[in-house]
Design a protein. Structure first.
Lengths: 533, 299
């Protein structure tokens, strides 16, 4: 811009000089009588000379400006440089002698803002205030824009847009082929593929953020399509939890998944397979063990990671599957259920858990946990249920991991359930039985290349045989699964899985083998929640 | 009996003297190195991410919760660098001292003008950083600012030793100022030249030393190199006579070697974090290594 102004100025000057030089000649010629004196000519020549010098000076200035700008451009392709850096750059000789005075710039106000200071008392709300109107630019990050704060507005889309909650939408779909016509009886989880063809069993909206300086909130709303493409909606989770309790304590309240084992408390999109393990679906329930209640947890002050959790929930309905669950059409394990109201403390479900973690080496970590779930069930007025679980996670991740790969992850969970099946509503069932059911799964995942994971899983479920209870869900069975997953980025996923199911014969059901193939695909929009270990 | 008493007394004394130092946790090894420069023997510094791994995808190992639970100061990079793993750790650590805004929390990105801030944040462009590129500590001038913030935080948390932290900062500043002359002179012959990088994490380093690092083996940040993109890169490298490709420890070096062999360029092992390259246990040594490696490759 400056260059153009200067050029224009120079042109003006030349034009003026030319016209001025011409003026006397044209002015005097028509009169013709007196020829210009030598003194006049001399004066004119001087004038022209001084104008020529002026033009030359202006030209030189234009040139200087140009070179300075070029230098500046090559030195800072993406950022305007501060004046002092510019002058330093320009004055840097091509090869400074070893004894030359320090010339390499040691400050650069184009990359750092003036250093903020700590308040005198050191207890300021912002120890390092970053909002200095004089230096703040849109590219300057303030503390609240990083999204890792528990008490500040959390970035919704980044780039300086602030919001009080993170929001994301995550959809999982599956295309299923199976030798079984009744895939819904073979698959045990509510978010698993339920029919041959396409399935949309989990589209979730997740919201989280800091409520105030004391709590943070989290909600997960799940939409799913049944086999007739009708939309079902569930408030999967909605809870608040404390952020600032002393002594390593934390309280949580609302509707939430219980911390029982590894898989129960997680959402389907984080699973390593397209369906839930048999033992989770049959002992904790197709929808997992969750409900309305409260939980306290405490990280024990020992040198390793050790945490105890204890939750109390209503345990009523389908999400309290082994507890006060009225069952389908009022029938559970063949008994008409009593669907009783809360009448005593034993009607709650109590879920304790203790987990410990150790680093075996710099790259290897294990986490072991034991869990329990205790409460009453609806098959009789005095019927109780106890579930015990143990889990183990081993993970190796390369010290040179890129995007989290390569890794090896081995996860195993085992559960035992003692279920007192009573006489049902008004003692209508002929016998009371106690079922000792147990099962486990073990899965090994190998992230062999960035974005690629191959996995195998073995499942076994033992349901105690009964002469009296014909229930499709009480069939002893096993399953072998293998899958290959490709994560193009952490926001999308494509997965191919093969399942071989063996259902064993019992008093009422014949043995059968089922082969299934699932092609699962998923996408995530919005804030991608951080992964817990 | 006497010996046990003595041992007990000794261990109690030890426990007290241990309490006298402030416990500092840094998310990344470069921040830990700066903290050690500033804290000296007054602080006990540990870091979470390994110097050789991709700092965006660190596992939230439960042992980090134990580190954070008893920390007096937490230094993180900020600018969404640790977004994928730090929030659940902080949630689980339940340490109010480390909340943003408390003197015990240093976010290195504060006071830094981030580069590469996208005008439109879209994930179609790959792994973009909506707030700007967070790999800024490799610019020594920025490192000084981060060090100053760390010194201020230490002084706020531990006022009796404020003078020591201030002195250490001044010392660090003088070292960097002197070193900058050395580094600047070593890279001056290559000013204005281009270097190819595997991933776009060297914009601040390039800016500081007047290099162009804007050709990458990755077609888009975080997207693995494709044959067609590599062919383009090779063509550009030949046309511009580019002599060096920089790779980090967690990148696929074979790909860089292949490109290097078909262009006559050299592969320079780079790293953002002290300890990732041999004999780089401090920040200054790391930059020393980067400068000398790059100068050797571009000769």
């Amino acid at each position: 811009m400056k260059k153009f102004v200067l050029v224009a100025l120079a042109c003006c000057a030349v034009a003026t000089a030319a016209s001025r030089a011409a003026e006397p000649a044209t002015g005097s010629a028509p009169e013709g009588s007196t020829p210009a004196s030598a003194a006049d000519i001399e004066a004119l020549r001087k004038q022209v000379q001084s104008l020529t010098t002026l033009v030359q000076t202006l030209q030189q200035q234009v040139k200087d400006q140009q070179t300075a700008m070029e230098k500046n451009n090559s030195a800072a392709p993406s950022l305007p440089e501060s004046p002092e850096t510019q002058s330093a750059d320009v004055s840097t000789p091509p090869a400074p002698a070893p004894s030359a005075p320090p010339l390499f710039p040691t400050t650069d106000s184009s990359v750092v803002t003036s250093a903020p200071s700590v308040n005198a008392n050191g207890t300021a709300t912002g120890a390092f205030p970053t909002t200095d109107a004089a230096v703040t630019t849109t590219s300057t990050v303030s503390s609240s824009e990083t999204g890792s704060s528990l008490t500040q507005p959390i970035s919704l889309t980044g780039g300086g847009n602030k919001n009080y909650m993170n929001i994301s939408f995550d959809s999982v779909f599956a295309l299923a082929a199976s030798s079984a016509r009744d895939l819904y009886n073979v698959e045990v989880g509510d978010h698993d593929p339920q029919q041959r063809g396409f399935n949309a069993r989990n589209a979730e909206i997740s919201i989280d953020g800091a409520v105030d300086p004391y709590f943070e909130g989290f909600a997960n709303i799940v939409l799913k399509l049944d086999n007739n493409n009708e939309t079902e909606i569930e408030l999967e989770e909605a809870f608040l939890q404390t952020t600032g309790l002393p002594f390593g304590l934390q309280l949580k309240g609302g509707q939430f998944f219980d911390a029982f084992g590894r898989i129960n408390s997680t959402h389907p999109h984080t699973w390593e397979f397209a369906d839930s393990p048999l033992v989770n679906g049959r002992l904790l329930g197709p929808d997992g063990l969750r409900g309305v209640g409260a939980q306290i947890s405490w990280t024990i002050p020992v040198p390793w990671y050790s945490q105890v959790l204890f939750a109390v929930q209503n345990g009523r309905g389908g999400t309290g599957y082994s507890f006060r669950n009225p069952g389908d059409d009022g029938v559970f394990y063949g008994r008409m259920t009593i669907d009783r109201e809360q009448s005593a403390l034993r009607d709650f479900v109590y879920v304790p858990r203790w987990e410990n973690s150790f680093n075996l080496s710099d790259t290897q970590t294990i986490l072991v946990g034991v869990s329990g779930a205790f409460g009453s069930n609806d098959t009789g007025p005095h019927s109780d249920t106890q579930i015990y679980g143990g889990d183990l996670l081993y993970k190796w991740k390369s010290a040179r991991a890129e995007g989290g790969f390569p890794f090896v992850k081995w996860q195993t969970e085992a559960m035992y359930r003692r279920f007192e099946a009573g006489l049902g509503l008004n003692d209508s069932f002929p016998v009371a039985e106690t079922f000792d059911d147990w099962g486990m799964y073990s899965q090994l995942l190998w992230g062999f290349k960035k974005g690629w994971v191959v996995g195998v899983r073995g499942d076994y479920l033992h349901m105690e045989d009964s002469l009296f209870t014909d229930d499709l869900t009480r069939q002893t069975r096993s399953r072998i699964s293998a899958d290959l997953t490709w994560y193009p980025t952490e926001f999308s996923k494509l997965r191919l899985q093969y399942n071989h199911d063996s259902l064993e014969e019992n008093e009422f059901l014949a043995a059968r083998d089922v082969d299934s193939i699932f092609f699962q695909f998923e996408f995530i929009l919005g804030a991608h929640g951080a992964h817990k270990f | 009996m006497k010996r046990t008493l003595l041992t007990a007394a000794f261990s109690i004394a030890l426990a007290f003297s241990a309490q006298a130092t402030i416990k500092v946790v840094a998310t990344l090894p470069d921040l830990a190195s700066l903290a050690r420069e500033i804290g000296g023997d007054k602080v006990e510094v540990s870091s979470m991410a390994k110097p050789t791994e991709d700092s965006h995808f660190v596992d939230a190992r439960p042992s980090f919760v134990v580190q954070l639970r008893s920390a007096d100061v937490l230094i993180d990079g900020g600018a969404e660098l640790e977004l994928g793993w730090l929030p659940p750790l902080l949630q689980n650590a339940r340490n109010p001292k480390l909340e943003v805004g408390k003197p015990g929390r240093v976010q290195a990105s504060q006071g830094v003008r981030l580069m590469n801030v996208p005008a439109n944040a879209t994930r179609a462009a790959g792994d973009v950083h909506a707030l700007g590129n967070p790999h800024f500590v490799v610019d020594p001038i920025i490192a000084k600012t981060v060090a100053l913030h760390i010194a201020q935080a230490f002084s706020a948390v531990d006022p009796p030793n404020a003078a020591a932290y201030d002195a250490n900062y001044k010392k660090f500043e003088a070292t960097i100022n002197a070193k900058l002359q050395e580094w600047g002179a070593a890279l001056l012959p290559f000013k204005g030249q281009s270097v190819v990088a595997y991933h776009d994490s060297w914009v601040y380093f390039a800016h500081r030393f007047g290099l162009n690092i804007d050709i990458f083996l990755e077609p888009k940040p975080g997207i693995p190199p494709s044959p067609s993109h590599l062919a383009e890169v090779i063509e550009k490298m030949k046309a511009q006579k580019i002599k060096a490709i920089i790779v980090e420890p967690f990148h696929d070096r074979k790909i860089a070697e292949k490109v290097a062999s078909s262009t006559g360029a050299k592969v320079a092992d780079f790293a953002q974090y002290p300890g990732a390259l041999p004999d780089t246990d401090s920040y200054v040594k790391l930059i020393d290594a980067l400068v000398s490696r790059l100068a050797a490759a571009m000769k």
